[in-house]
Write a protein that binds this ligand. Sequence first.
Ligand SMILES: *Cc1c(COP(=O)(O)O)cnc(C)c1O
Length: 236
Amino acid sequence: MALQAGGSIGENLRLVFERIRHATQQSGRSEGSVRLVAATKSVGLDQIREGITAGLMILGENRLQEALPKIEALRGEPIQWHFIGHLQRRKVRSVVGIFDLIQSVDSVELAEEIDRRAREAGLTQAVLLEVNLEGEATKAGFLPDELEGAMPSLGALPHVAVKGLMAIPPPTSDPEQARPYFRRLRELAWRLSRQQIGTVSLQELSMGMSNDYHVAVEEGATMVRVGTAIFGARRA
Ligand SMILES: *Cc1c(COP(=O)(O)O)cnc(C)c1O
């Protein structure tokens, strides 16, 4: 099914919520088990405010320089911020404690830096581990095999709370082609959970974007990250 993003932000959002609800029911999952993260890169404040009025509660940003002014401008709004882009180690200090969830932890070194900065700030930072399912050279993320070995080190960080996994499968035109990837991420989380490491919890699965979020929900996503289907096509 093609992207439906022709309406107002409010109309688009109603459609997205409706499709999430439908996919949740189809797969026998409980209502409210999936959270919508609006991907707001390159989306302006007015549009974001429109989205919040229409029911958005979680905003995902990729770039710190773009996110910080938005966070400042929207202070006081009842929203959560998630960091969903590639995070450089030298930027960790500005991210910790500002974002409710860092979805894109892609190395033990990055997790260690987050732990250090979170300790300095006197907090525990919630994170997801990004998985590079296909081992694509251009993409960040733990390789599935690598992750198993990394879990003990990740679980030993007292100021990092691992909540689950995130993945961005290779782009496809047919949403059904993404299904096997979503399934693999769910199975990986299940396998790793059996290691039962410290405070590590792998309840959250962040997967699915505008083109395929309904399939991701059917395969167990607890968070979908949707931009285009809400705000329309991004300017390049
Ligand atoms: C932009 C982005 C999305 C949303 O993509 P759309 O296809 O516009 O829905 C999701 N996740 C990440 C990490 C992104 O950068």
